[in-house]
Design a protein around this ligand. Sequence first.
Ligand code: OXD
Ligand code: MN
Length: 603
Amino acid sequence: MKNVAPAIFPPNGIGDAKPANQAVLDWVNEIAAITQPENIFWCDGSERENEFLIAESLKQNVLIELNQEKVPHSYLHRSNPNDVARVEQFTFVCTPTKEEAGPTNNWSEPGETYTKLRGLLKGAMRGRTMFVIPYIMGPPDSPQAKVGFEITDSKYVVLNMRIMTRMGEVAVKRLGNDPNAEWNRGAHSLLDISPERRFICHFPQDNAIISVGSGYGGNVLLSKKCLALRIGSYLARKQGWLAEHMLILGAESPEGKKHYVAAAFPSACGKTNFAMLIPPEHFKGWKITTVGDDIAWMQVRNGRLYAINPENGYFGVVPGTSYKSNPNAMRSIEHDTLYTNVALTDDGDVWWEGKDGDPPAHAIDWRGNDWTPNSKEKAAHPNSRFTTPMRNNPALDPDVEKGEGVPISAIIFGGRRSDTAPLVYQAFDWAHGVYLGATMASETTAAATGAVGKVRRDPMAMLPFCGYNIGDYFQHWLDIGKRLTNPPQIFSVNWFRKGAGGKFLWPGFGENMRVLKWIIDRCEENQKASALESPIGWLPSPHDLELAGLDIDHKSVAELLCIDHEEWQKEIAAHEKFFDSLGGVVPEELQKQREKLAARFKE
Ligand code: OXD
Ligand code: MN
């Protein structure tokens, strides 16, 4: 079976970084008693340990060596073809009652689920090594940082966690010896990588996660979707902060004025591209810097919202990434990168659809089969990924390690919509902005298994990631607003609107700077950009956007900014249907927002 490798026996000084915290030791012993590994490998996150694990992974075909001159310190991993994306249908929130998990989560009773999972884990690591990974989410000195431990029998997981989190000693130190300290327990086993035995289960009350039967990133890098979002959102509500599926970017004007913006887009809708945007020629002197590309933890301080990126690396979608679409991502993945499910060229380089230049005449595709440009199959899986350290990003924000976070001026909600949603508009106030987030919709992508291109409501891009009742989540957002005396302005964007001929109207990528500039100007105290009041919010007119130097006709701009009343009648009806589908959990305040929206169309 692919990826399920035998035990490894490291030399002295590697794999023996046992922490002293008794609660951790007890939990590790408990999982080891069930899974019965051949040995326990206590990770310290050191360079030496990493090199050892890479060497072992190469020996056991978990990794394939790439041409070290073309992509230094970089490797390719091929996952099992049945295991290439997040599995929302097998993802569970195991709260004591179904109501706590709410209408958007699969729920399963905690006691029964523990019993079932323990049954599956019984003897699962026999003859294999059990790794224990200590890690921190967030800058180590941040009051918002959280400690987690992940147990796994996958070297691929260890290698990825070392890139995606601050792993090792630093986490052990931060946790200390207090057995009552808060930390997340994450247990993962590949089992036999069978979809029938694949479950990603969250136990928010226990701050615990158990994931079995998958080796794919989003299901097994438990720091990411599982802790930073699902368990994170649960803790955030309890502790009065926000854990969101958002990128964070800094935008600095030529005069040196800087704003930070957080933006929620569903998976594979361009968060990484937006977070690494390079402004077009017309915006000479503007600098965009990345704080994070996927997750924001935000807290209220002095009436403002401050954000940290809990992660330490990027787990980004590869296809479509090029020096044209995202030069900063390309530079980031030129070295020290793990690639998953991309194609391998004959000279040991990586390739994917949308990479610069001509396709190779021959390659090995993501499944390990011969591929030529005439092949019907894609060379790289549509959800193939890179894992790369954030320090590789040439546009990394200098304040990314700042423990107190960066102040957020604007929050953006964005979806992939062919119609209805204009390029950009601004909410009238916080509660209206929460409504924009709550009714967000997007066409589905390859990031999760299932149909691609279907419009689905994805509130705040958190539909697969909110670890508790979505109605309570909406209320939590409304409540946070009440604590903000200087709240971020809230916007909606859509880069994906299509014209009558089915072509995208907006060029996207770096040109999104034009929309970002309008957003930032709207956040300035003296509101440097103007807007028209429309039924859906403040809308720029074509001359409110800086379009100089952009090859776009007036008709397309007008289409991008138009509100089609018929489409919006359908949209409002869809909002109502969505709220109804949630079975009475939507706060009254948001229901009122919908009524107000409908009324504004009648004025
Ligand atoms: C991701 C996702 O991997 O959202 O970031 O699926
Ligand atoms: Mn994501």
